[in-house]
Design a protein around this ligand. Structure first.
Ligand SMILES: [Mg+2]
Length: 232
């Protein structure tokens, strides 16, 4: 069988694709820790964190400290700036831990060594832009498109085009790889990108939404498969 060559530009989703996204249990545990520092009800705080997901990833609640202050206020709190700073550090520590997971690193460095252009297109809230540069991702990724900075979410075309413009490539010249959340694969496909769903059990959390049934395109189970298929 002849394998078609990989496009020279590859855009990746981040959470559940390159690094773990964190399980519901882990995220609630973090919210409980932050609530304790902020002196607010931990159940209400975990609920408000979850229910504001869309606003947070669109960046409409401001930066990390502003967001934490507002979340605390909405559940009846009135934290000091010192309490907010402590809660922000808890959130950043959690984020850095997820982003530091190096499971995918060898595959990306392999691509990088072969002169592929690599980008990240991700829905994320304020802590991700503050955290990713302290991880291995900074050394291998050429461009990032963060929803909270752009004010939009996948599958909005501008999420992908923000990356392609910075790389000076056309969407048709790109491969997009993601676990499929946010309807990201259809969004990439609609722009003419090649698309592959990554379903890697090492990165997917057990409470991840079932998106595989909504995608009938190409699927890979590991970034290693992608490289093996193309370079054999
Ligand atoms: Mg994802």
């Amino acid at each position: 069988m002849t394998n078609s060559p990989l496009p020279r530009t590859i855009l990746f989703d981040l959470y559940g694709t390159l690094v773990p996204g964190g399980s519901r249990l882990q995220r609630d545990a973090l919210a409980f820790e932050m609530a304790e520092v902020l002196d607010v009800d931990r159940i209400k705080f975990a609920d408000i964190v979850r229910s504001t997901f869309d606003a947070r990833v669109r960046g409409s609640m401001g930066g990390l400290s502003e967001t934490i202050s507002e979340l605390a206020r909405r559940v009846g709190g009135c934290p000091t700036s010192q309490q907010v700073a402590l809660a922000a550090e808890q959130r950043l520590t959690f984020s850095r831990k997820l982003l530091s997971d190096a499971y995918s690193a060898p595959h990306l460095f392999n691509l990088k060594s072969r002169d592929y252009q690599l980008g990240i297109v991700t829905d994320c809230s304020a802590e991700t832009p503050l955290s990713w540069t302290s991880t291995w991702l900074k050394d291998v990724v050429d461009v990032v498109a963060f929803s909270c900075e752009l004010g939009i979410r996948k599958p909005h075309p501008e999420m992908y085009l923000a990356a392609t413009r910075r790389l000076n490539v056309q969407p048709e010249e790109c491969l997009f790889i993601g676990d499929g959340d946010s309807d990201e694969l259809h969004g990439a496909n609609a722009l003419g990108m090649s698309t592959k769903m990554l379903v890697d059990p090492n990165l997917l959390d057990i409470d991840r939404r079932d998106t595989a049934s909504k995608w009938d395109g190409a699927v890979i189970n590991s970034l290693a498969d992608l490289l093996n298929d193309s370079f054999q």
